[in-house]
Design a protein. Structure first.
Length: 195
């Protein structure tokens, strides 16, 4: 596996095509696989936040989000492939999900945002199945309930849009409990898709 280490954060040296291939393999294997897309801010934040660092480094696929990370990799002499943004990869996955009639769950954003995003996604990607939605404003005591709601829906792909570090820590902490094939952190993407 071709990885690069930038300030203690592991990143996979793959382009969109290879990333999509890996995710297709994840979709066919048992257990939840975690996908993260660290940007320069997350790499900096992880220097002071061990939980975030461990969560990011425990992911099954870690793609650089942002040109800053790609430039750093060039300076280190092991250039990463083209910048892959979390948002663009999410679009690829939505297309794949629509083609294969897979189900998705949208977690995150303020109340109502995930529902609006789901409506727009269904319009833009006919055939996709939205298994459920939930806002991203709950504390640790509410986590078990949210995991229960996700597992009831049992989606193929779970998009977690709660921003860093909450989304990465949520996925890492619950990876053994989550009933999905792929969980991916997508930051503020639902805000964009809900508009
Ligand atoms: N968010 C959330 N729960 C929280 C905090 C934030 O669901 O406890 C959502 C927020 O509504 C926004 C997203 O997470 O939709 C964070 O977006 P941001 O662009 O700040 O994240 P980034 O992409 O920079 O990680």
């Amino acid at each position: 596996n071709d990885e690069i280490d930038i300030m203690g954060i592991l990143l996979d040296r793959v382009d969109y095509y290879k990333a999509s291939q890996r995710i297709m393999e994840f979709l066919e294997s048992p257990g939840a696989k975690i996908v993260v897309t660290p940007n320069a801010e997350i790499i900096m934040a992880a220097q002071k936040n061990k939980k975030l660092k461990d969560a990011v480094n425990s992911a099954d696929l870690s793609l650089p989000d942002g040109i800053g990370v790609v430039l750093a990799s060039r300076l280190l002499g092991r250039p990463l492939e083209q910048r892959t943004t979390g948002f663009d990869l999410m679009m690829e996955l939505l297309k794949m999900a629509a083609d294969r009639k897979l189900s998705i769950f949208l977690l995150g954003g303020k109340p109502g945002v995930a529902e609006d995003a789901a409506k727009n996604i269904k319009k833009k990607f006919p055939g996709i199945r939205v298994a459920g939605t939930h806002h991203g404003y709950f504390d640790e005591s509410g986590e078990e309930k949210v995991v229960g709601i996700i597992n009831e829906a049992s989606p193929d792909i779970l998009f977690v849009a709660m921003g860093a570090p909450k989304q990465e820590i949520f996925m890492a902490k619950n990876r053994d409990k989550l009933r999905c094939r792929v969980a991916m952190g997508v930051g503020g993407s639902l805000d964009v898709l809900s508009g």
